[in-house]
Design a protein around this ligand. Sequence first.
Ligand code: 5AD
Ligand code: SF4
Length: 446
Amino acid sequence: MFTFYLRTYGCQMNERDSEALSCLLSAHGHQEVEEESAADLLLFNTCSVREQPELKVLGKIGLLKRAKRGRPELKIGLIGCMGQRLGAELFALLPHLDFVVGSDQLREIPGILERIAAGERHIAVTALGGDDFMRLSEHKGADLCSYISIIQGCNQFCSYCIVPHTRGRERSRDMADIVREVKQQVERGSREILLLGQNITAYGIAEAKRAGHYDPEASYLAELLARLEEIEGLWRIRFTSPHVRYMNDKFIQAICGLSKVCKAFHIPVQSGSNRILKAMNRGYTLEEYVHRVRQIKSLASEAQFSTDIIVGFPGETVAEFEQTLELMREIKYDMAYIFRYSTRSGTKAAENMRDDVSEEEKKRRNQVLLEELNQTVEKRNQAYIGQSLEVLVEGQSKRNEERWTGRSQLNKVVNFPWVESLNIGELRQVKILRSSANSLYGEIVE
Ligand code: 5AD
Ligand code: SF4
């Protein structure tokens, strides 16, 4: 049996996979530890979306060569998207690595560990198309917010993106299974769920097509949300990430009309230029994107938006970049992940386009967007002063023990003075008294 340390890089899907894996390994008698130095098995759940985080992992595992020389019993496994992408190639780069497993085959790990314990080395398991995310539905406990994977993979093939290559084609879980898992988590004490999928708006589509009853006017995600809305004791439902091309009116009506669905929507745009959107193979125009945002605003005026943006996509001119800046000024995002384009081999953009925007210029564009974002967010936070918000109490503030911390429905961090008669998981009205760049501060109103 191993004592294992599991480190996760990348997105929330990876965090969820790690949680499920950790439950699986515990069920097989292995023991998780929080300290790397206390473990005899180190697991790295990795991300391939950009080059920089990949290099970080390679560097980190590279450094372990020395540690392993001193402790030959130490075993190292690389799992997740990098494992999928690079497979056994990784043993040439990192000869001291013991095994590699892709995201779709995590349930093989207990068996691999038996073989490793028996002396085998350099095992690589990277077949695509598994259904681990459906089968591994255990949770560590009852986090206030439970992550629930509902669809895996992506069929869109945006020209810059490695995800369709590492996570495979779209496949969705059965609605009844998801409802069961959410109920179980709510019974254990969860009050919020975050539904996960690389393209969550494609939920159920591949299955409906295969069964011959696909209806483009329907939204299977909307149906799922409506069923989750019924669950007593569940207060908040979030989901990530939707894709504009897969949105229809049914979906928009559901997310605006269901009271438990939080009205803070993460809708990746990637670029504000139609030429770039086309080169990215996003499958929508800027006008279609803005139309959906306006439609949401017209049905739920309080709605706030966040997004993903890539700057310095091959061939992006200054004028095209400025269209993205224009879009940010128009939508007034509450939050945005801004990425500098990174070439991923195997993608269409890597094959057909030259990464011709300099790193320096990418950094500049990134900085310009960040400044625009920070200004908007600061102004928006100030506008909250005097308002009363419903806050889900999350616990003691890590920065200041004399404060509680929680989040509003629109995902704003709200801090307020400690009172004894309060429990994690309660909903309270908090009147906002001041704001900072990142948080709001207030007091409970009775
Ligand atoms: N370069 C930069 N950013 C990327 N993303 C995906 N692929 C790349 C890439 N090659 C970003 C997109 C996506 C987010 C998860 O990562 O913005 O929405
Ligand atoms: Fe990647 Fe595009 Fe699929 Fe998102 S929709 S995972 S960016 S290919």
